[in-house]
Design a protein around this ligand. Sequence first.
Ligand SMILES: *Cc1c(COP(=O)(O)O)cnc(C)c1O
Length: 404
Amino acid sequence: MFRINDNYLKLQGSYLFSRVGEKVRAYSEAHPDREIIRLGIGDVTLPLAAPVISALHGAVDEMACRDTFRGYAPDRGYEFLRSAIRKHDFLARGAEICIDEIFVSDGAKSDSGNIGDIFSEQNRIAVCDPVYPVYLDTNVMAGRTGVYDPSTGRYGGVVYLPCTEENGFVPQFPEEEPDIIYLCFPNNPTGMTIPKSELQKWVDYALRIGAVIIYDAAYEAYIREDGIARTIYECDGAERCAIELRSFSKNAGFTGTRLGYTVIPKRLKCGGVSLNALWARRQGTKFNGAPYIVQRAGEAVYSEQGRAKTAEQVEYYMQNARMIREGLKDAGYTVYGGVNAPYLWWKTPDSMTSWEFFDHLLEKANVVGTPGSGFGPCGEHFLRLTAFGSHENTRKALERIKAL
Ligand SMILES: *Cc1c(COP(=O)(O)O)cnc(C)c1O
């Protein structure tokens, strides 16, 4: 008789976005004349850049020709893409990463889940609170979190790293030592970063206690200030304790096209076993790479024109981020993030809960945010806004908010 993986029954899951969706639907059905502006979505809206589109067309034509047709892609991805990644994302930042350490994939979300396959279920994980839900959910499914306690909003077996206004959203070392530490900077949902010197302390800590860091750098392209690491491998010793997840979703608009990569340095070992070798095996048996066509599109992101055009798109979103940040501050609100990230972490006024403030904004301004409490207990009394809308909608939403 078969059995299900009953870890799935511990998932809290889709509650946040489904409840947001239900509330917005109910409101617009009751008020069909109102125009609702969504500033809650975590998805890009600008179309793919012209150099990316022409690379896609070119690669499609190659697939139509016997001489240039391609079948299965190499396990770690095509060399043309991995060498462009190595040059622009690592060597240019002073990080010595070789192409055998880069594994091309269909995105950071699946890698952040699948990476757990190479780790024992005995490992204790540490996540920030608030957190991008994928890290937690995939560990719940793998049986690494223990049981959810609705009274605390936390899983019993997880080490939480609170990121709060008090600590400037910089996670502090926990009392209990974790084995696997998830870090994401610039952060989703808070939009905050930590200085390179703070990240170095986490690398030193991981090396000292023998932990591995899974570092999500999906928003690297949004960094505007100096003193922030673009990749964790800018930190000394990170090649011995860190895996980095990267994505083409937010810097180049590939959320629907799907492309990302994971870096596992060869020097990252556990009792003499190289994690790079383990991940290579996994790729052979459960290949989740990206199609040739998409890898050519990814290569085009690194061309001179591709870099210029995608940087313009990121800048477009950052203009929204600055507009929201300044607008909310002018209106007397407290807001974090939005300087090196497309996310803003808006403190609710008058001690309203995240959901009370969500309802208030929806009803009074017809603006939709994402309740911070959905990302963890420390997200309570915050609302996440995103900068992925159009300038017009962002401006209009701010006018309505200022009129509240
Ligand atoms: C959007 C996002 C990603 C990107 O995931 P893809 O699967 O590559 O689209 C990764 N990490 C975080 C924190 C994100 O918000």
